[in-house]
Design a protein around this ligand. Structure first.
Ligand code: NIG
Ligand code: FE
Length: 419
């Protein structure tokens, strides 16, 4: 897997477009049986914007043309999809990749009946603080490459296992080597050394920690949950992050009902994540933010890997979709609650356990993730978008849920480059 195509610094709103891969010639992906573009309103029917017997031209790392295979333009190189389905690369909008160690024993204890409380986060914090940069970087690279092999071409990466000024800053510095979408999660839990003075910790997060982290971060996030940060602390931290130019996302309503979702809506969060325990008022508040591309809408990002791995009830995606809420799917990849990097696995869970249709789940794992990151250059295959796509080993996107656990990712193009 090449690494030089990935960014070396985070993108800030208003930044000029990133340079794409130039001079590599044009590439035609031809003989596509089913092309999922997510470009609706193009007369092809359905939110997936499906074209049959299609072709797609890549130039300078971007999609240059989409249309019928029979009218495809000439190109320097050609990939024959052999009648298979092609979909946009997955956009995994929620992952915690900067950590050391694992918690397999904690997982085994849960499968033997122990509940998940989030208390194991401190175990990973200890291991992460003790690890050299080289080890953290190697872990991020390993998981990023693992995700890429499974079709993920955009991945958000959070800090949150350092919880000192230096360890949060280095976590984000390393994350920014691999992703444009890096998130400062200094408010993951209150670390042990601050256990009896959480106000002091919040002051530190808003002060020197944010100052050290912000140059490497696009987003700020808080774990707003009983046992982590209450709504007043969460609001204070998120507001400081906003004042420093960071966009807002919230870990909300994971372990029980709570104020996190409505706090996220109040602050104009791009996404509220988990959404496992929602009241009618939470759903209404999300629906009221709208579903369009508009900057104001708040996406509900569902993370079924966490419910799988903590043996918890799944969030009800159907309820959100029927209310008109925009839903994204992401992995939550982390060593405690969801140690998977597989978006196809999340799609299969969402369809089987969360009452999503296969089309809704594929949309949520691509265009939905892009909305959750407020990006319009990924998660969609239309002229001008980044040429991030997957050739499936299947005739239709339906197989991602229909054939769970089967390696269906035949080829991945990232920035127009075969991986
Ligand atoms: O999103 N909920 C908080 N954070 C992670 C879990 C982290 C851990 O258990 O290490 C999550 O599930
Ligand atoms: Fe998470």
């Amino acid at each position: 897997m090449s690494t030089d195509l990935w960014p070396t610094r985070p993108v800030r709103p208003g930044d000029p477009a990133r340079p794409t891969v130039r001079g590599s010639g044009s590439l035609l992906v031809d003989n596509i049986g089913e092309l999922v573009t997510n470009a609706s309103g193009d007369g092809t029917g359905g939110p997936l914007g499906i074209h049959r017997d299609a072709a797609l031209l890549v130039e300078d790392g971007q999609v240059a043309w989409v249309g019928p295979a029979r009218g495809a333009p000439a190109a320097d190189r050609r990939i024959d999809a052999g009648g298979a389905a092609v979909i946009p690369g997955f956009v995994d909008s929620h992952a915690h990749l900067v950590f050391a160690g694992d918690r397999a024993a904690e997982f085994a204890a849960r499968m033997a009946g122990q509940p998940y409380t989030g208390g194991g986060i401190r175990t990973t914090v200890g291991a992460t603080r003790a690890a050299p940069d080289s080890e953290l970087r190697a872990t991020v690279r390993r998981l990023r490459d693992e995700a890429l092999r499974q079709g993920t071409t955009t991945i958000e990466i959070k800090s949150g296992y350092g919880l000192t000024v230096a360890d949060e800053a280095r976590s984000l510095r390393i994350a920014a080597e691999f992703s444009e979408d890096t998130t400062f999660l200094g408010a993951h839990v209150v670390p042990a050394e601050y256990a009896d003075r959480p106000d002091d910790y919040v002051g530190m997060v808003c002060g020197p920690m944010l100052a050290a982290a912000a140059p490497y971060a696009r987003w700020i996030d808080v774990f707003c949950e009983r046992g982590a940060f209450d709504v007043d602390h969460a609001r204070a931290i998120l507001a400081c992050g906003q004042a420093a130019g960071l966009g807002v996302r919230v870990h909300a309503n994971q372990l029980g009902p709570g104020p996190g979702v409505q706090l996220g809506v109040e602050l104009g969060a791009a996404s509220v994540d988990h959404c496992t325990h929602l009241s009618d008022a939470d759903v209404d508040a999300l629906a009221a933010t709208g579903t369009g591309d508009g900057a104001a809408s708040t996406v509900a990002t569902l993370l079924p890997g966490a419910e799988f791995s903590t043996r918890s009830p799944y969030p009800d995606a159907r309820r959100l979709l029927d209310a008109g809420v925009t839903v994204a799917l992401a992995t939550d990849c982390n060593p405690g609650s969801s140690y998977t990097s597989s978006m196809p696995f999340c799609i299969a869970l969402a369809v089987r356990e969360m009452r999503m249709t296969p089309a809704e789940a594929v949309w949520a794992a691509t265009a939905g993730g892009a909305r959750a990151l407020r990006r319009d250059d990924v998660g969609v295959l239309r002229p001008g978008a980044r040429a991030d796509l997957i050739v499936l080993d299947a005739p239709t996107h339906l197989h991602l849920a229909y054939r769970p656990g089967v390696p269906l990712i035949r080829q991945v193009l990232h920035n127009g480059v075969p991986q």
